[in-house]
Design a protein around this ligand. Structure first.
Ligand code: GLA
Length: 379
């Protein structure tokens, strides 16, 4: 009898104690240890933040680089898996990440030869991708510590102030980026930014998805739809030539849903330059800034779907052509060639050098706005 009473007392004490554990040390669904994301860098603390909704979807993110670390969603039988490629430790992101889950800026994608003219002044950026500047330079917004405020269980606000001439870009730029996971299973990302000098800006999110689960193999069987009649074709260094190319009659056409791998090895100059799909699609919008369904992806075995909506003029579809098996992901499995895809809502690459592309110039007194929705579902 005495032993039974002791046992009951012990179990009550354990329950009370475990409900007092601070939130950041609670084990998340993805099994990521928050401690491996806690550091002090550039005088700021980094941490892991957990967003959850009423349907059990869970997203973890860190204020280092605004990285989305994991996205746990159910398949058609209700089994949860992590569908975002990435690492278990901040150290791995800091040493060797190809922008897994990253917030990208000040300028997403490439700027030709790392040079552009703005109001007759020439600016020079770090060259970090062949002859060009990619994703904001050597220390882009994916490698800085953002100021984080967890507003509630579903909302993380991240702020960063980039200095005038940081990575060669003019203007002190104040950015607010919000990750909101709502009960409609949407991750809504909103960006706002202002500057004190004319500058160029193109922010985006660089999550790599595999809807069958990260580390589960290629994404070539995923069925892709992209709502675009044109791409901005590129040269061999992946800089747009400046024209808009109709996708009709080419393997670049995803207006009708198609397996990503169905035409990826076709003889096609664009696929040769990109080593596969690595292209900016010009979204079909009836007016600039219209929120449209940009892409829809289905993974046939798990039934998971991903829909992407945006108000931006373009979306970069990149299918992991530079992954080569030398990086080991969260579940201990290597990320091989084409094991993840990105759908990066954005302005067109190299716009600062392309007078015919929608402008990416931001001037004092104006506010940059960008909304991107990733909607997770099953069918
Ligand atoms: C973007 C680019 C790709 C590649 C990846 C990162 O999506 O378009 O060419 O550089 O980033 O590896």
């Amino acid at each position: 009898m005495k032993t039974l009473r002791k046992l009951i007392l012990l179990s009550i004490t354990t329950t009370i104690l475990s409900s007092c554990v601070p939130k950041t040390s609670v084990q998340n669904k993805a099994g990521i240890d928050p401690k491996s994301f806690q550091k002090e860098l550039d005088g700021k603390k980094t941490n892991l933040y957990v967003l959850t909704n009423k349907n059990g979807i869970e997203i973890t993110a860190t204020n280092y680089g605004g990285l989305i670390v994991s996205i746990e969603t159910p398949d058609k039988s209700g089994k949860f898996s992590d569908i975002a490629l990435g690492f278990n430790k901040l150290d791995d992101y800091m040493t060797s990440s190809p922008y897994f889950g990253a917030a990208i800026g000040r300028y997403g994608n490439r700027i030709k030869a790392g040079k552009f003219l703005l109001d007759s002044v020439e600016y020079s950026l770090p060259i970090n991708n062949g002859p060009n500047s990619l994703h904001g330079g050597l220390k882009g917004f994916d490698k800085v510590v953002w100021d984080a405020t967890q507003i509630d269980d579903q909302t993380l606000e991240l702020k960063y102030s980039a200095k005038d001439m940081e990575e060669g870009y003019p203007g002190n730029l104040n950015i607010k980026m919000v990750y909101n996971l709502n009960d409609n299973n949407e991750l809504k990302i909103t960006y706002e930014a202002t500057t004190d000098k004319p500058t160029v800006i193109n922010l985006t999110q660089h999550s790599y998805f595999n809807l069958a689960g990260e580390g589960s193999g290629t994404i070539l069987d995923h069925i892709m739809m992209i709502n675009a009649d044109h791409i901005t074709p590129v040269d061999s260094t992946l800089i747009p030539t400046g024209i808009l190319m109709p996708v009709a009659g080419t393997p670049m056409d995803f207006r009708t849903p198609m397996a990503i791998g169905s035409r990826i090895d076709s003889i096609c100059e664009q696929l040769k330059f990109g080593l596969g799909y690595d292209h900016n699609y010009v979204l079909n919008q009836s007016k600039p800034g219209e929120m449209v369904l940009a892409a829809r992806v289905v993974e046939p075995t798990t039934g998971r779907t991903l829909e992407v909506e945006t108000d931006q003029p373009g979306i970069q579809f990149y299918c992991g052509n530079f992954l080569k098996g030398d990086l080991t992901g969260k579940s201990g499995r290597p990320y091989n060639f084409r094991n993840g895809f990105c759908l990066e809502t954005q302005h067109f690459p190299d716009s600062p050098n392309q007078p015919n592309f929608p402008s990416t110039v931001l001037r004092p007194g104006e506010t940059y706005h960008h909304t991107c929705i990733y909607r997770f579902g099953v069918e």
